[in-house]
Write a protein that binds this ligand. Structure first.
Ligand SMILES: Cc1cc2nc3c(=O)[nH]c(=O)nc-3n(C[C@H](O)[C@H](O)[C@H](O)COP(=O)(O)OP(=O)(O)OC[C@H]3O[C@@H](n4cnc5c(N)ncnc54)[C@H](O)[C@@H]3O)c2cc1C
Length: 563
């Protein structure tokens, strides 16, 4: 039987990142992936090989923001392994029903000039809004780049500019209290405080709600960073699609001597006397290791992959807490990908091809965006007036489609479990082929209200409902962040305080992936932070010395940059 220093369950981008750091530290590593290709929610695939050959689609993630707040790309030298990020100079376009539109560039100044055409006051406030949230990002970035309970690690990440950001927000006692008060408010409270115009408020609400809660959700003001990040560090996509990030990570892992085996579904984590000893696959094959890292979230790990007697022996409360205290709401994504013969044109909004470089939002009003999130949570499909997030990935990267043609990516929020349809459709969720096609027709009709040539340009389409996503990559209830990204499940609360530092009560069993800090999205940071904890646990002295060297270099660099 083969044995490894570490076995990782799943080969999504976070597991690959974690594996790469362990390999760099000299570990022998095996990744076991249930699907035929690695990547999980970070792949690029020819989804329609017969109807639309040569069109490459991103079935899940498209816009990469959080990864640019960390150093995974540089530390793992992913450019050497073929990764090239294409940054977007135009980042958001949102047409408004009255003919106005929000067109955001990477440059804040250019964006303010666009807003000023309709509202000089809102343009000025936009500059202030972005400046505030940029400083919040500066303050938070060191926390994203460290295990959540490692205060020393976090503190070490604060260079001069981030300390400046921190003090600009929390200089005096009153400023600190006011800052905390802001963080307790909702994205909508903040947007209303700054702005008057609906054409601007609706897209900002839609982006803030990308953390998967309605814009009115108290304590989620932090969602406002989703717009601020599009200015800095910027929004980018790997050349060749999101899967090109995965491919670069695969090359890196293999170059460092790691093994990735696909079509290997892990069925059980093997435990002996409270310690991990390996894993067993669905086909009964076993692999041995005294360390197993799960990139599946805590609910899947402890409720499906570990024998309940082993969980109970380690912590008698854990199964109950994982089942009932971790929240996994009913909001999920209906994903629509189309092959297009031509670019959709915004006929009533002074069409410019550049609108399609960044993300296009159909967000007519704050109320529509609010319903886009509240309806799914009570099992309703917000179909009367669909809001959506749309991208034409082939616009920034023409290699994704045959010459002159385009790919279309649509994310539309729907319930996982449809109310009143319990026990029918796929997994009893109510989702059927017929329903997903009907809903997609309506979503495309809505987009066609803005781009009349859309419908006639569709060559073929691929639709994935929430239970289909669940079946494909395993995410429970189709949750695109593994677990909800609400305030109570972030940082040292993710997924639960006792599991938040990537360790579990079972010796040798670690957690990574989107269900751990800093959460879902393309960042690689759960993978990097988890590897740090493993190395700190197993080699405290070596890791401390290496960290000290890194910190000295980083502080010197930031001082040098200032002078
Ligand atoms: C439709 C959609 C759109 C998104 N859009 C964006 C976006 O634009 N930008 C962004 O930043 N983020 C986006 N996200 C979120 C982001 O893609 C994910 O948070 C991120 O990719 C999660 O990575 P991960 O490695 O933690 O987990 P995953 O990608 O889920 O990887 C886990 C892996 O484990 C495998 N697996 C599952 N069970 C087993 C098992 N029993 N044995 C072996 N292998 C197993 C799965 O097949 C998968 O490959 C989107 C997500 C979705 C679903």
């Amino acid at each position: 039987m083969q044995s490894y220093d570490a076995i990782l369950i799943g080969a999504g981008h976070n597991a690959l990142v974690c594996a790469a750091y362990l390999l760099k530290a000299g570990y022998s590593v095996l990744l076991l992936e249930k699907n035929s290709i690695p990547g999980g929610a970070a792949t690029t695939e020819e989804l329609l090989p017969e109807e639309a050959p040569g069109f490459k689609f991103n079935p899940c993630a498209i816009d990469h923001l959080f990864i640019h707040l960390g150093s995974v790309v540089q530390e793992l030298e992913l450019e050497k392994y073929g990764l090239e990020y294409l940054f977007c100079d135009q980042v958001v376009f949102c047409p408004h029903p009255d003919g106005k539109y929000f067109f955001a560039h990477r440059s804040v100044e250019k964006t303010c000039a666009e807003i000023a055409r309709y509202s000089p006051r809102d343009a000025q406030k936009y500059g202030e809004f972005i400046d505030f949230w940029q400083r919040v990002i500066g303050m938070l970035t060191p926390t994203f780049n460290a295990p959540p309970k490692s205060i020393v690690d976090m503190a070490g990440n604060y260079d001069m500019s981030k300390i400046k950001d921190l003090f600009s927000l929390m200089g005096s006692a009153d400023e600190t209290l006011d800052f905390i008060r802001t963080m307790f408010t909702s994205p909508l409270d903040v947007i209303n405080e700054y702005f008057d115009s609906e054409f601007l408020k609706a897209p900002l609400a839609r982006l803030a709600a990308e953390l998967s809660t309605p814009p009115s959700q108290k304590n989620m003001a932090v969602g406002s960073i989703m717009m601020a990040m599009r200015h800095n560090p910027g929004m980018a996509r790997p050349k060749g699609g999101t899967g090109a990030l995965t491919q670069a990570l695969v090359r890196c892992v293999q170059d460092l001597g790691g093994e990735i085996r696909t079509e290997q579904q892990v069925k059980q984590v093997l435990i002996d006397d409270g310690k991990v000893v390996g894993v067993k696959l669905a086909n009964a094959q076993e692999y041995r290791s005294t360390m197993v890292v799960s990139s599946l979230d805590a609910q899947r790990l402890f409720l499906q992959l570990v024998d309940e007697r082993d969980v109970d022996a380690a912590d008698s409360q854990l199964r109950e807490r994982v089942t009932r205290r971790i929240t996994n709401h009913n909001e999920a994504i209906l994903k629509i990908d189309c092959a297009l013969s031509e670019l959709p044109r915004f006929e009533s909004h002074n069409h410019q091809d550049q609108y399609w470089i960044g993300s296009v939002l159909i967000a007519d009003s704050v109320a529509q965006v609010e319903l886009a999130h509240t309806d799914p949570n009570i099992g309703r499909i917000p179909i009367e007036d669909p809001s959506m997030y749309v991208v034409i990935p082939s616009m920034r990267d023409p290699s994704l489609a045959p010459e002159g043609k385009h790919t279309l990516w649509i994310e539309y929020f729907v319930p996982y479990q449809i109310a009143g349809a319990e026990g029918t459709g796929l997994n009893g969720t109510g989702w059927t082929e017929e329903l997903k096609n009907q809903i997609s027709d309506r979503v495309l009709d809505k987009l066609a209200d803005y781009t009349p040539n859309l419908k006639s340009s569709i060559i073929a389409r691929h639709i994935e409902s929430p239970p289909e996503l669940e079946r494909r990559i395993g995410v429970s209830k189709g949750n695109y962040y593994h677990l909800d990204m609400t305030f109570d499940q972030m940082m040292f609360f993710r997924p639960l305080p006792e599991l938040a530092n990537y360790k579990t009560p079972i010796e040798g069993l670690f957690l990574t992936g989107a269900g751990t800090h800093p959460g879902g999205s393309i960042s690689g940071l759960p993978g990097r932070n988890c590897a740090r904890i493993i190395l700190q646990t197993q080699h405290p002295l070596t890791q401390a010395l290496s960290d000290t060297g890194d910190k000295v270099k980083s502080v010197a660099k930031s001082l040098f940059r200032r002078s």
